[in-house]
Write a protein that binds this ligand. Structure first.
Ligand SMILES: C[S@@+](CC[C@H](N)C(=O)[O-])C[C@H]1O[C@@H](n2cnc3c(N)ncnc32)[C@H](O)[C@@H]1O
Length: 480
C-alpha cells in the first residue's frame, strides 16, 4: 500500500476552495505582466492533487465553456468528487485517479495548471515531477499556480513540527494528534507565563496558537505529514527555471514588496536591491511569510514579457470603494480611506461604485486618451495589489439578469454546506435564513417575484435586495 495514500485514506483531507487558484485571477495578473493568457472562459484547466475536486468543481461551474481535468492519488476522493459533480450537473469536469509519479498526460496542453497543497508536502523526486508535468503540459501563454511553504516564516513552524513529532512518535493518527495538541497547548500556556522574561517566547506562543486553531485533518497532513519541506522564494524560482519555467508574480501579492509594506519600509527595501525578486525575498522576512502562491509561465513566454499596466484597458473593474462625502477620496469597507489623485481613476471608481460598466472592459466605457492608460493602469494596479479593487478578464452583460439564478453547483453547496462560491472564487459561508432565500435562485422567478417570496420576507426586503445586488456585482449570478 502506498504510504501517502493510506495516510489520506485514514484521515481524509478537508475539501477547500482556494481563492488564489482562481484561473481568472492568474489570467488577469499574467496580462498585466505582458503574457497573452487567454480568458478563463473557454480554456483548459488542469489541477494536480485535486483531492475530491471541490476547488476545481467550483471553477468548472463558474466557467462552463472551459474544460477542467483533475487528478489525485486517492480513489475514494476521486469517486466522491465525481458523484458531487454529477449531482451538480457539471459536464465539463473529469476527475482521474492517478499517481503523479507515473502520470503522463498525452493530450492537449492546458491554459491553467493548479497545484495547491501538494508541492512542499511530497519528496523532492515528486516535486521535480510536478515541474516536469507543468512544463510539458502548459500551453503557450498558459499560467501555472503552485503554492509552496516558504522560509523564513516556516523556520518557526519547523521547530514546532519537531516538538510535535518528537513527542508523538509513530502511533495511530488520533494518538499522534492528541500528543501534538498537548505539546502545542503546553507551549502556548507556558509561553504566556514566560513572555515577560524572554521576548522570543511570544513568537513561539503565537505560532503554537495558530496551529492549535487548525482542524485535525489540516494539522495531521499539513504539519505532521512525512514530508514538510519549505524553501526560500529564490530557491523555488531557480528550481522552476531548471525546468524551463519562469516566475511571473505571486497570486497573493502580485505587486511584490513595494505594495506589501508601509511606504517607509518599502523604500528601505527598495534601496537594498534593484531586483524585484531579491526585494520580495527580503520582504518575506519583514512579513514572516510562510506560504507563497507562485504564478509560473513557460520561460520562452517570459522572455518578451514586461509589466504592462495599460492592459487594464481590456479588463473589467470591480470595487467596493465608496466615494467619501467631501469627494477627496474613497472609503473601503475594511476600514481604509484612500486618496485618489488621478482624475481618470477617480472617475472609474465612482462609476464602479454606482454599478456602471460592471464586467465590461474599461477601455469600452472610459473615454481616456491612449497615452493615459499606462498611468491609469499603474494606479489601478497599485490598488489591485493592495486588494482594494478587483480586476478581471471575465466580461459579460452589464445588465442584472431578469430571472436571477445561481449555478446548480452553488445551490448544491447551499444545501449541503450552507455556503456558496462567489464569482471571484471566494467561499462564502452563509446564515440559515440567507441560505433559504438563495436556494430560490433557480431562474424560475422574476426578481420582483423573488423579493416577494416567503424566504425573502423572512430575511427582510432590504437584505434580500442587498444580497441580489452583491451577487450580481461579484459575478455570482448566471447571466441571461
Ligand atoms: C493536502 S491535499 C490538497 C488537496 C487539494 N489540492 C486542496 O487544496 O484541498 C494533497 C492532495 O494531493 C494528493 N497527492 C499526494 N501525493 C500524490 C501523488 N503522488 N499523486 C497524486 N496525488 C497525490 C493527495 O491524495 C491529496 O488529495
Amino acid at each position: 500500500m502506498h504510504d501517502l495514500r493510506e495516510r489520506y485514506q485514514r484521515v481524509p483531507y478537508e475539501d477547500f476552495v482556494s481563492p488564489l487558484t482562481d484561473p481568472g485571477l492568474s489570467g488577469t495578473i499574467a496580462r498585466l505582466y505582458g503574457i497573452p493568457a487567454v480568458s478563463a472562459d473557454g480554456c483548459r484547466i488542469l489541477e494536480l492533487g485535486c483531492g475530491a475536486g471541490l476547488n476545481l468543481s467550483a471553477i468548472a461551474a463558474r466557467h462552463p465553456s472551459s474544460h477542467c481535468i483533475g487528478m489525485d492519488l486517492v480513489p475514494e476522493r476521486i469517486s466522491e468528487g465525481r458523484q458531487r459533480a454529477a449531482r451538480a450537473g457539471l459536464t465539463n469536469i473529469e476527475l482521474l485517479q492517478a499517481d503523479l509519479a507515473d502520470f503522463n498526460w498525452p493530450g492537449e496542453r492546458f491554459d491553467r495548471i493548479i497545484v495547491w497543497g501538494l508541492f512542499s508536502w511530497v519528496p523532492d523526486a515528486l516535486k521535480a515531477r510536478i515541474f516536469e508535468i507543468v512544463a510539458a503540459c502548459l500551453a503557450p501563454g498558459g499560467v501555472a499556480c503552485i503554492c509552496f511553504l516558504t522560509y523564513p516564516g516556516c523556520k518557526l513552524n519547523e521547530g514546532l513540527r519537531d516538538l510535535m513529532t518528537l513527542q508523538s512518535g509513530d502511533g495511530l493518527p488520533q494518538e499522534r494528534l492528541a500528543t501534538a495538541r498537548a505539546a502545542l497547548t503546553t507551549l502556548a500556556e507556558a509561553g504566556a507565563m514566560g513572555a515577560r522574561h524572554h521576548s522570543s517566547i511570544q513568537a513561539w506562543r503565537q505560532q503554537a496558537q495558530e496551529l492549535l486553531g487548525k482542524s485535525d485533518a489540516l494539522l495531521f497532513h499539513d504539519e505532521l505529514g512525512s514530508d514538510y519541506d519549505p524553501c526560500y522564494l529564490l530557491q523555488f524560482v531557480d528550481w522552476a527555471a531548471e525546468h524551463g519555467l519562469a516566475h511571473l508574480a505571486d497570486a497573493d501579492t502580485p505587486g511584490g514588496a513595494e505594495h506589501l509594506l508601509p511606504p517607509d519600509m518599502a523604500a528601505r527595501v527598495a534601496a537594498w536591491s534593484d531586483d524585484p525578486l531579491a526585494r520580495d525575498q527580503f520582504a518575506d522576512y519583514l512579513t514572516h511569510r510562510t506560504l507563497r502562491t507562485a504564478l509560473l509561465v513557460r520561460a520562452e513566454d517570459a522572455v518578451t514579457a514586461a509589466f504592462t499596466p495599460a492592459a487594464v484597458r481590456e479588463l473589467s473593474l470591480g470595487s467596493l470603494l465608496q466615494p467619501l462625502a467631501d469627494a477627496a477620496g474613497f472609503h473601503h469597507p475594511r476600514g481604509e480611506d484612500i486618496a485618489v489623485a488621478d482624475a481618470d481613476v477617480a472617475t472609474l471608481l465612482r462609476a464602479a461604485s454606482a454599478g456602471q460598466g460592471l464586467r465590461r472592459p474599461m477601455g469600452e466605457w472610459l473615454a481616456a486618451a491612449d497615452d493615459a492608460w499606462p498611468r491609469v493602469g499603474a494606479t489601478l494596479f497599485g490598488l489591485f495589489a493592495r486588494k482594494l479593487v478587483s480586476l478581471s478578464q471575465t466580461t459579460d452583460t452589464a445588465q442584472p439578469p431578469k430571472r436571477p439564478a445561481l449555478h446548480a453547483f452553488n445551490r448544491l453547496l447551499l444545501a449541503e454546506r450552507a455556503m456558496l462560491v462567489s464569482g471571484h472564487h471566494q467561499p462564502m459561508p452563509l446564515p440559515a435564513a440567507e441560505v433559504a432565500f438563495l436556494r430560490r435562485l433557480d431562474g424560475s422567478l422574476l426578481r420582483d417575484e423573488l423579493l416577494a417570496c416567503a424566504e425573502a420576507q423572512r430575511l427582510g426586503g432590504e437584505r434580500s435586495q442587498q444580497l441580489l445586488d452583491v451577487l450580481w456585482r461579484q459575478g455570482s449570478l448566471l447571466t441571461g
